[in-house]
Design a binder for this molecule. Structure first.
Ligand SMILES: Nc1nc2c(c(=O)[nH]1)N=C([C@H](O)[C@H](O)COP(=O)(O)OP(=O)(O)OP(=O)(O)O)CN2
Length: 177
């Protein structure tokens, strides 16, 4: 069985206000890499002609559009971070670049949310592929790797139902923009 593995890099900013310590509560940024590990729902023998699971282009196109257009240069904040209403009031133009998460946007949480997002996109694109593992390299020395069912690990959101990570679009928050 083949795995297709795609890696994309992006810059982001965030802050962690609920327990990672003073340094992490100061807004700061990282150059990160996300790798998604994809498998076909149904394994098939190579056909003797094209000999591929799916052209890389179709497997990664929309996911990479999302990473490049929505995650790159985003600012990631907990849904209860006071910076959120600050941006809405003072810099409404920036709100579309805010990733909003249930609790602190740690690398663990982002791995789960991005795995749900990539799977939602792969389904909507009818690729026949699914993501079974994701790595986020937050810094050159820290990587979070996740495999399993991300829904078992995502905390309850205060924002009720219909979350951005469950929509196969470019959204990164549920704010009215
Ligand atoms: N379990 C987690 N712990 C921490 C996270 C996280 O997402 N999950 N994130 C952070 C901060 O974002 C921090 O900026 C990065 O961690 P840090 O260890 O400070 O990164 P360094 O590259 O500076 O690590 P070195 O030890 O200097 O290599 C903190 N914790």
């Amino acid at each position: 069985m083949f795995d297709l593995v795609f890696t994309r890099r992006y810059s982001m900013g965030h802050r962690l206000i609920h327990g990672a310590g003073d340094i992490c509560a100061t807004p700061h940024g990282h150059n990160e890499e996300v790798s998604v590990y994809l498998k076909a729902h149904e394994a098939e023998r190579l056909d003797g002609s094209a000999n591929m699971v799916l052209p890389f282009y179709y497997a990664k196109k929309k996911w990479h559009q999302f990473v490049d257009g929505s995650i790159d240069h985003s600012f990631q904040l907990s849904e209860d971070d006071p910076l959120l209403p600050w941006f809405i009031k003072n810099e409404p133009k920036r709100v579309r670049h805010l990733v909003v998460t249930p609790g602190d946007p740690t690398t663990e949480l982002m791995a789960c949310l991005l795995m749900i997002k990539v799977n939602t996109i792969l389904d909507a694109e009818k690729t026949g592929l699914y993501c079974f593992k994701i790595d986020i390299k937050e810094t050159p020395t820290n990587t979070v790797s996740f495999s399993g069912n991300p829904f078992d690990f995502v905390p309850q959101s205060k924002n009720g139902q219909g979350h951005w990570w469950e929509r196969p679009d470019m959204s990164i928050s549920d704010l009215e923009i």
